[in-house]
Design a protein. Structure first.
Length: 117
């Protein structure tokens, strides 16, 4: 099983960035996909989650209206489009796959997003 995040980098405040996560070794379409982030010195927090078929999404209050989560089950990918980025969005972004049937979950290794001028 692998989850590999990509797309992180340095972006100026107010800018946009899209991070992606590619899954393999499991039946991607049967897993809830969630983006988490962990800023330096802080606990990991949930950012956004999307249901197995992509019909339901939920967001942390801090990112509502700025971030959009989406998935493509044919390509085994989940994306997080981040707009109007703020310095407080600086963090390592992780994707997680979780099964509501078995309770099994998998983590990626993360991708660093830095918002700075």
């Amino acid at each position: 099983v692998q989850l590999v995040e990509s797309g992180g980098g340095l972006v100026q405040p107010g800018g946009s960035l899209r991070v992606s996560c590619s899954g393999s070794g499991f039946t991607f379409s049967t897993y809830i996909m969630t983006w988490y982030r962990q800023a330096p010195g802080k606990e990991r927090e949930l950012v956004a989650t999307i249901s197995e078929d992509g019909s339901n999404m939920n967001y942390a209050d801090s990112v509502k209206g700025r971030f959009t989560i989406s998935r493509d089950n044919a390509k085994n990918t989940v994306n997080l489009q981040m707009n109007s980025l703020k310095p407080d969005d600086t963090a390592v972004y992780y994707c997680r796959a979780s099964s509501r049937v078995t309770g099994i979950g998998y983590w990626g290794k993360g991708t660093l997003v830095t918002v700075s001028s």
